[in-house]
Ligand binder design. Structure first.
Ligand code: PEP
Ligand code: MN
Length: 340
């Protein structure tokens, strides 16, 4: 941390900063220039509130020099992390596509969905049994019964399941149903108590980006999970809220190469919630892979117009198969692999 002092700082004020740093367990290194005096704080600055120094007399500005996150930062772990999702690797050379409906509806819908996901060549399946809806009057998900339907349908095709956890009280039930990958949705990206709880287990977590979250806030949320001991974290960009109203969200393609540089964790993209329209999904999927994404999370429904949730953005099983066929040669050109 670097503390820049006011131009007319007094010796007493400089001493005040030195004493404060010492009381916080850091060492001070004072460098007196012609115009300015700068105090360098030596030690682990992550434990220190910038504000507690900023408020001291004579201090003009406090600048952090290390990143606020550590475990998830690439500077602490150079190699790409590959996560084992019940036998399916995510990260590294392989690209994985997680396909499935927005929500778990009926056993028949789940059976057809699982069949469609497997036939398209996806190795993982998604589906929400607990749905975060803007309206309390909208369909809220089929709950535990939904988990049951999901497990049964996916097991038939040996597909590991990805499903959203909204309430910490359901974690035990998720464990009982052996949920392979827990999704923490956009609206819960900063539900810190929920993050701490999934940090205590080893089940892989897909952490979606908050509606208006900066990349740094998102990585801090990942750090919450990692700090508890669970390093099996996958980041999922799903579009952010913007001034544009023509489509659901704005896919932040720039975040993908940025994250790949900043963190060793795998990064996937959800083109369905980004565009909010089925016809946009192929283009956004290709953009995501070209930008370096390690996988995709795509909504598919056996009959989209009958979907109980997000009907507009669901691909048909045939459309998913077609998209997979288009993505395979693209993956190859990019030096990646999309296999089934
Ligand atoms: C979902 O994946 O079904 C979902 C609700 O996504 P998000 O949290 O990105 O809105
Ligand atoms: Mn959805």
């Amino acid at each position: 941390m670097i503390i820049i002092m006011h131009p007319h700082v007094t010796e007493g004020e400089i001493q005040g900063v030195e004493l404060k740093l010492e009381s916080l367990g850091l060492k001070a290194h004072v460098s007196r220039g012609v115009e300015r005096t700068i105090v360098g704080a030596i030690g682990d600055e992550r434990k220190i509130h910038k504000e507690s120094l900023q408020a001291l007399p004579g201090v003009e500005e406090v600048i952090r020099i290390v990143k606020p996150y550590k475990i998830v930062a690439r500077e602490w772990h150079e190699a790409d992390t590959v996560i084992n999702l019940s036998g399916v690797p995510l990260g590294g050379k392989a690209i994985q596509v997680i396909g499935g409906p927005c929500s778990v509806e009926t056993p028949a819908q789940m059976e057809l969905s699982a069949q469609g996901v497997a036939q398209a060549g996806c190795r993982l399946m998604r589906g929400g049994a607990f749905k975060p809806r803007s309206s309390p009057y909208a369909f809220q998900g089929t709950g535990v019964e939904g988990l049951e339907m999901f497990r049964a349908a996916a097991a038939k095709y040996q597909l590991p399941i990805v499903t959203e956890l909204m309430d910490v009280r359901m974690l035990e039930v998720f464990m009982e149903y052996q949920v392979d990958v827990i999704q923490i949705g956009t609206r819960n990206m900063q539900n810190f108590d929920l993050l701490k709880e999934v940090g205590k287990i080893h089940t892989p977590v897909v952490l979606k980006r908050g509606l208006c979250a900066t990349v740094s806030e998102w990585l801090m949320s990942a750090e919450y999970i990692a700090a508890g001991g669970n390093h099996n974290i996958i980041l999922c960009e799903r579009g952010v809220r913007s001034f544009e109203t023509a489509y659901r969200n704005m896919l932040d393609v720039s975040a993908i190469p940025f994250l790949k540089k900043e963190t060793h964790l795998p990064v996937i993209v959800d083109p369905s919630h980004a565009g909010g329209k089925a016809w946009m999904v192929p283009a956004l999927s290709k953009a995501a892979l070209a930008a370096g994404a390690d996988g995709l999370l795509i909504e598919m429904h056996p009959t989209p117009c009958d979907a109980w949730c997000d009907a507009d953005q669901a691909l048909t099983p045939q459309e998913l198969s077609r998209l997979m066929a288009e993505l395979r040669p693209l993956a190859q050109v990019l030096g990646r692999e999309l296999t089934n």
